[in-house]
Design a protein around this ligand. Sequence first.
Ligand SMILES: [Cu+2]
Length: 288
Amino acid sequence: MKNQAKEVVYNLEASKFNWDIAPGKTIEAWGFNKQLPGPELRANVGDTLVVRLTNHLEEPTMIHWHGLRLPAPMDGTDAVQKPVAPSEVFEYRFVLPDAGTFWYHSHANETVQMERGMYGSLIVEDPTDPVFDGEKVLMIDDMKLSPENEFTKPGWFVPRIVERHDGRQGDTLLINGKENSVIEIAAGQTERWRFINSSSARYFMLYLGGKEFKIIGTDGGLLEYPRTVTEVLITPGERVDIAAGPFEEGETIMMEALKYDRSTFFKAKRQQFATIQVRKQKHPLLST
Ligand SMILES: [Cu+2]
């Protein structure tokens, strides 16, 4: 059966909204469709992606399509596009020439807009992609918040020079917009996990408690051969697809970022981002 190229349409509404990064911990986020990250966009290679952006913010915005090959006027930077003014609508429309893990983010006043959550994933599938038992998209981010859960201004707490040198790195660690999230996988399953580093400065050395996993894809799509490792570096903007599992029932595995020294003022340290919980094996005869 041959796949027909089609038009895939999404509406993205940019606005401010309250978002719980943890129970009782609410931030004023800026984002798309009142979600953090914004909606996951999915299409097949060869499809035409149509995204209608409506700007409900009080300032201009626009969307950059990170990692995609597309016509310059659709690329969403101020070099090629007039920013979308408040209450205006802009339609992005382009063909998806490559399969892989991509993402989108604001490219206007990024230090504010991106930091507050204006990003999401774009997954381009190929019918010939390897098949797994499941798939997850995991967007890595960090936020720099005050004890009152407000976004700190540059120069708050740390001198401006530090942020200028190191980049803005916060101690609120998020996977898909949540602190300390629990990621579930059934025992015996192997899943494709698509990691996207949407932070502005964090070098994320992915580590799953010493468990081996396979790197199957990177920014350029699938690798020719998978590579088995216990850690992999994912730099800001970068994507890494891994095959995770199989794990044993009842296992609890920490998803951590190992320390990675990139000569910053502050010493790099090992940090926990999420917990992986391995659930009961799916029964092949009972599953639908
Ligand atoms: Cu980008």
